[in-house]
Write a protein that binds this ligand. Structure first.
Ligand code: SAM
Ligand code: SF4
Length: 319
């Protein structure tokens, strides 16, 4: 079992397989970064898998693959299958923008993927195109439907942005409710890579918008999810992820690995360590030692502050 320096059991690994993306979301990567990690600096799938194996042996029970856009990296289904074949009861999930899902969903499901979280910020083609800086909506909707049809469990992530998609929050909630998907609204996290004019909504403001149409109650927090859940009168549950607060830190169970082998104990904490050399040298003991050291130094609470916007890019850490 992996336990961090504050006695929290860490059993959730998020693996970013690329920082590249086919969208340019205003809140994440509005401009093409000039500092892409060169391909040769990335860990191969075999190397990433070597670390995932170690992490599973040490107690990881849930693995989420993310990016950038993970479906841009060729052969993702093989990586998923490697993990599934190693331990088929691992909770194996993916976060994606869904653009490549129409052709990939069946392959991912057959490889062992169970769940998928999809970004959907608007149901209006022009607004979706403004956010992603590309005409994406019809393909994204097709991707979501295909994922549903092949039997993947779906959650939708939506980042409400002031003056952009704020009139659509109820529509997005209803889109999800009608189809049996969970929706989570995510407070926009200020960061140095986002469009400088981007402004988000607080959880309270998001609740006030939904309250104009629906009655709902706050649910007790259970488990380790960062989402604060709310239940409508008809039983539908939606969530709000409130990264500006630190209520969820007490039960945080996660650690992140970037595509170039950097282990990050917390999104809003600059310290991190690389397992790249250890994995490339097949030095498994060293990789385990680094993992345990990173967890020993995992901060008790996130160190995010509004005056000191994070320099870490979401497309690098995988969100
Ligand atoms: N490309 C995939 C996608 O968009 O789902 C996976 C990577 S993306 C970095 C993971 C999540 O981070 C997405 O749900 C996205 O909405 C969220 N995200 C990115 N930038 C954010 C920001 N500045 N504030 C809050 N959430 C953000
Ligand atoms: Fe790409 Fe996801 Fe970032 Fe949008 S949020 S730019 S889809 S990595």
């Amino acid at each position: 079992m992996l336990v961090d320096g504050h006695n929290r059991v860490v059993d959730y690994l998020r693996v970013s397989v690329t920082e590249r993306c086919n969208f340019r979301c205003q809140y994440c990567m509005p401009e093409k970064p000039f500092s892409w990690v060169p391909k040769e600096n990335l860990l191969s799938y075999e190397e990433l898998f070597k670390f995932v194996q170690v992490a599973i042996d040490e107690g990881i029970k849930k693995v989420r693959i993310t990016g950038g856009e993970p479906l841009l990296r060729e052969g993702l289904e093989h990586f998923i299958k490697m993990i599934y074949d190693y331990k088929n009861d691992i909770d194996l999930a993916l976060t994606s923008n869904a653009y490549l899902l129409p052709q990939a969903a069946q392959k991912l499901k057959s490889a062992g993927l169970k769940r998928i979280n999809i970004s959907l910020d608007s149901l209006k083609p022009d607004v979706a195109a403004k956010i992603a800086q590309k005409d994406v909506l019809s393909t994204v909707l097709k991707g979501i439907q295909t994922a549903h049809d092949v039997g993947l469990k779906i959650k939708i992530n939506c980042v409400p942005m002031r003056g952009v998609n704020d009139t659509e929050l109820v529509d997005i909630l209803e889109f999800c409710k009608q189809r049996g998907y969970t929706v989570r609204f995510i407070e926009f996290m200020e960061n140095q890579h986002a469009y400088s004019g981007a402004k988000g909504y607080t959880s309270e403001e998001i609740q006030a918008i939904i309250a104009q149409k629906y009655n709902f109650k706050k649910l007790e927090r259970t488990g380790s999810s960062p989402s604060q859940d709310y239940i409508l009168d008809d039983g539908y549950v939606f969530g709000i992820i409130e990264p500006h607060k630190d209520d969820f830190c007490a039960t945080c169970n996660r650690v992140r690995l970037t595509a170039s082998g950097v282990l990050i104990p917390c999104l809003y904490f600059e310290d991190a360590q690389s397992i790249k050399e250890a994995i490339k040298n097949n030095d498994i003991d060293k990789a385990v030692a680094i993992l345990k050291e990173v967890l020993a130094n995992k901060p008790e609470k996130n160190k995010w502050s509004a005056d000191d916007t994070s320099s870490r890019a979401f497309y690098e850490t995988g969100g």
